[in-house]
Design a protein. Structure first.
Length: 241
């Protein structure tokens, strides 16, 4: 089922500040919806995790997603980006992973690093657009983008996509899961908001090959005696060399 929202609700992303995201995390509006790894990640993990490479995986705008832990438990070297310190901290504390925090040199932010030798996880708490191969120490073999693309304002998506292309190896796999939405527009106003799948094609096709590989209901929640369903579309995106 597509998530219904008004034009105003969709355009809220254009106005969100770092302080807004911090407030939503601390107020419990984010991060507590699911304790299970994403079913599409599990189903299509063979595209990201391969025996013949290092499996260095990037999870952009990761929040405290348990997908970071799932990937690390599969032997991946996992890097996340997240601007809100509270989200970084709760990932480690909620999953009982010992960690350390180090300041980033020349960048406003910190890196949260697992102290468990069996879990190679780092979360860079800084401006996402400051992430670079020089900062990380390598380019990524794959990306698990669940909700990051959705959260980027329409006017910033081209910048987001171009930046992502600079972080990846030439053979990298980029899996992008986006929430299906439906604009509630009873007045039939000309809002200029593309449909879910169209928005992905608009942003990525100038730079990449885009293939839709899945579409399904991925979450169900009880809210005020009603069951709410979240439907998502998964794309396999390969940047052009």
């Amino acid at each position: 089922m597509a998530c219904k929202m008004t034009i105003e609700e969709f355009n809220e992303y254009d106005r969100y500040t770092v302080q807004d995201w911090e407030h939503m995390w601390k107020d419990g509006q984010l991060g507590g919806m699911t304790t299970k790894s994403h079913p599409m990640l599990i189903k299509h993990s063979q595209l990201l995790i391969k025996a013949d490479r290092s499996n260095r995986i990037f999870v952009p705008l990761c929040g405290n997603s348990i997908d970071l832990l799932w990937l690390a438990q599969k032997g991946c070297s996992v890097v996340g980006s997240e601007i809100v310190a509270f989200a970084c901290q709760t990932f480690f504390t909620d999953n009982n992973i010992p960690y350390e925090v180090q300041s980033l040199q020349g960048i406003d932010g910190n890196v949260y690093r697992s102290k468990d030798d069996k879990l190679d996880i780092r979360i860079f708490q800084c401006d996402h657009y400051k992430i670079s191969p020089a900062l990380i120490g390598y380019k990524f073999d794959g990306v698990w983008d669940r909700g990051a693309f959705n959260s980027v304002a329409l006017k910033q998506r081209a910048t987001y996509v171009q930046h992502m292309s600079t972080l990846l190896t030439s053979s990298a796999v980029n899996l992008v899961a986006v929430t299906q939405y439906e604009i509630d527009n009873p007045d039939n106003a000309d809002h200029g908001i593309p449909a879910t799948a169209e928005s992905v094609h608009i942003a990525y096709q100038p730079f990449a090959e885009v293939q839709q590989i899945d579409c399904d209901i991925t979450e169900r929640h009880q809210y005020e005696d009603q069951e709410m369903e979240l439907a998502e579309i998964l794309f396999n995106i390969k940047f052009k060399n």
